[in-house]
Design a protein around this ligand. Structure first.
Ligand code: ADP
Ligand code: MG
Ligand code: ZN
Length: 182
């Protein structure tokens, strides 16, 4: 049977990891063989587990780069990848290759960085995927749907690991207002 790629994207706190855990749980109920990967850079909660902000967890394989995924995927039906924005652009080729070989590939990640810029390799993955789901958080300023990850200190690197101490989900209006005053 055929494989395919599913992308789940959105801002921080939009429920990407919850959705990954939901899809993986259902695949496991159907007795599918599932492997979950995350970049080893993401060590916010636990070395091995994929953990949502509400502390749900499933066991994952931390990998240093996209091609390392190839070393683990024999004997598996479903591959799920979290925090895809922290991978190199080889991830596009890896996901395509796995789907071409009949696997279901679920790939989750931030579609924009804290500057509101597309976060590679997510745009490329969204282009080649069969299915794209964009989730929204709740704007912490006004309660509207939020698609931006506002960082309290916008100076410095693209990647600053952190949680609600560093980032806040915001709608477009509240995001723009915050960026103007920084
Ligand atoms: P993501 O992987 O997209 O960062 P998670 O799946 O880890 O998101 O977490 C989603 C959970 O985050 C929600 O179920 C909720 O408990 C919590 N949360 C915290 N802040 C917000 C917010 N502003 N909007 C929505 N959910 C939030
Ligand atoms: Mg997440
Ligand atoms: Zn708002």
């Amino acid at each position: 049977h055929t494989g395919w790629i599913e992308v789940v994207c959105g801002s921080m706190f939009s429920g990407k990891t919850e959705e990954l855990i939901r899809r993986v749980t259902r695949a496991l109920i159907a007795k599918q063989r599932v492997l979950i990967f995350k970049p080893s850079i993401d060590v916010r909660y636990d070395d091995k587990d994929v953990v949502s902000h509400n502390k749900n967890a499933v066991t994952s394989v931390p990998v240093n780069n996209a091609k390392e995924i190839y070393d683990h995927v024999s004997e598996c039906d479903v591959v799920a990848i979290d925090e895809a924005q922290f991978f190199d652009n080889d991830l596009v080729e890896v996901c395509t290759e796995l789907a071409n070989n009949g696997l279901r590939v679920i790939v989750c990640g931030l579609d924009m960085d804290f500057m509101g810029q597309p976060f590679e390799p997510m745009p490329q993955l969204m282009s080649v995927a069969e299915f794209v789901t964009k989730l929204h958080a709740v704007c912490m300023k006004c309660g509207e749907p939020a698609q931006f990850s506002y960082r309290f200190d916008a100076s410095g690197e693209q990647v600053v690991l952190g949680e609600s101490d560093v980032y806040e989900a915001r709608c477009r209006k509240c995001y723009c207002e915050g960026m103007k005053t920084q």
